[in-house]
Design a protein around this ligand. Structure first.
Ligand SMILES: Cc1cc2nc3c(=O)[nH]c(=O)nc-3n(C[C@H](O)[C@H](O)[C@H](O)COP(=O)(O)O)c2cc1C
Length: 352
């Protein structure tokens, strides 16, 4: 299958040179169609897409900004696509935040992302240190290798559908008053019968945050199927994640971020991640903010679960709503249609 390379030119010529070199080596021998401007983003449905973003030292790329505007304004612009990203900077900052923003925008426009969809080149390439040691090669060589590997994954990956997929739902809310739980209850009704669904509550006190054990210690506990702290995470949550085909994270906006309990869950997933990858498991989210900031919470979920922890990001992975007082979410204009669309998307993604 051919790749579509979306590669807005850098604002200053020098800022794109390293990325151009990496791409020409990584994509050699592949059939590639190049898209350089926002105007050319039309007609790309059902393609395999690599966004290559040169950011220079400012974290800004003006043609990409025009692309971002189209991705946010035109739902379905990339319907049926599967993608990944290569983000290159001249300094140590902005590559990751720009990548997370781009990942959410691509997904909003209908593009699925493979697990671990980002190859990031910071100015010094120091972020490749461990991979370079493992490969026994230099930093630039490792960058090229990672880009080539991602291109192959984007071209070939197909998410496996199942007869009766298992969905694990993680929340940390009060059932009686939570808008997030209200929305999930209405999604759940629409999935019953087609999926088997398990809900686990990560309420205060049930979960300690990651203690940041040394790498080898984390690996050791991970290999035994556990983690230094043990507890509900080891006994209940790790086995449930292993068994699940998809996770649904219920995410009330707490200070423009995921709640502490959900963040602790993601941090503690590290021990499991040390011994297994989650490419064949999907992640969905229901995000509710009282006032604003749903995109920040969704972006955090993308960065942590898809970019970092390797879960597959299905197109339009999140239902993002704004509601504050109890009951308000279910009274939002057009909410039934959005709930129906979100539930249908889960079924279309997971079920044969
Ligand atoms: C600790 C805490 C922090 C919150 N921070 C924010 C915030 O930063 N922005 C916002 O829009 N709403 C914020 N909210 C409001 C919730 O997002 C809101 O109540 C929403 O309905 C989702 O929560 P629920 O599922 O418990 O109803 C906060 C609520 C709590 C309890």
């Amino acid at each position: 299958m051919a790749l579509v390379l979306i590669s807005p030119p850098a604002d200053s010529g020098w800022a794109g040179q390293r990325l151009d070199g990496v791409l020409s080596r990584a994509l050699a021998g592949r059939q590639v169609r190049r898209v350089r401007t926002a105007a050319e983003l039309s007609g790309l449905q059902n393609q395999r897409i690599l966004l290559a973003l040169p950011l220079g030292d400012t974290g800004v790329n003006l043609e990409y900004m025009r692309m971002l505007a189209r991705l946010r304004k035109e739902p379905g612009l990339l319907a049926g696509c599967t993608g990944g990203l290569i983000v290159d900077g001249a300094g140590e900052l902005y590559t990751k935040s720009a990548a997370a923003e781009a990942a959410l925008a691509l997904n909003w426009a209908g593009c699925a992302l493979v697990g671990r969809p980002l190859v990031e080149g910071t100015g010094s390439l120091v972020n490749f240190t461990v991979q370079a040691q493992n490969l026994g090669s230099g930093l630039l060589e490792t960058y090229r290798h990672a880009a080539a590997e991602l291109a192959g994954q984007v071209e070939e990956f197909v998410f496996p559908k199942r007869e009766k997929p298992e969905i694990l739902v993680l929340h940390a809310s009060s059932h009686h008053t939570s808008n997030t739980m209200d929305l999930w209850a209405r999604v759940r009704e629409r999935l019953e019968g087609r999926c088997s669904i398990r809900e686990i509550g990560l309420r205060n006190g049930t979960l300690s945050d990651c203690s940041g054990c040394p790498y080898t210690m984390c690996l050791h506990f991970g290999e035994q199927g556990g983690c230094f702290y043990g507890g509900v995470m080891q006994d209940e949550v790790y086995p449930a994640v292993r068994a699940a085909d998809a996770l649904v994270l219920l995410c009330p906006n707490y200070n423009d971020a995921l709640s502490a309990n959900l963040t602790a869950f993601i941090n503690r997933l590290t021990a499991l991640f040390r011994q297994t990858r989650f490419y064949d498991k999907a992640v969905f989210a229901v995000v509710v903010s009282g006032y604003s900031g749903g995109d920040m919470v969704a972006r955090q979920a993308v960065a942590a679960m898809n970019m970092n922890k390797s879960f597959y990001l299905p197109p339009n992975f999140a239902l993002i709503e704004t509601a504050n007082t109890p009951g308000q979410a279910l009274a939002l204009p057009g909410i039934d249609e959005r709930l129906e669309g979100f539930a249908r998307n889960i079924l279309d993604t997971l079920c044969l």
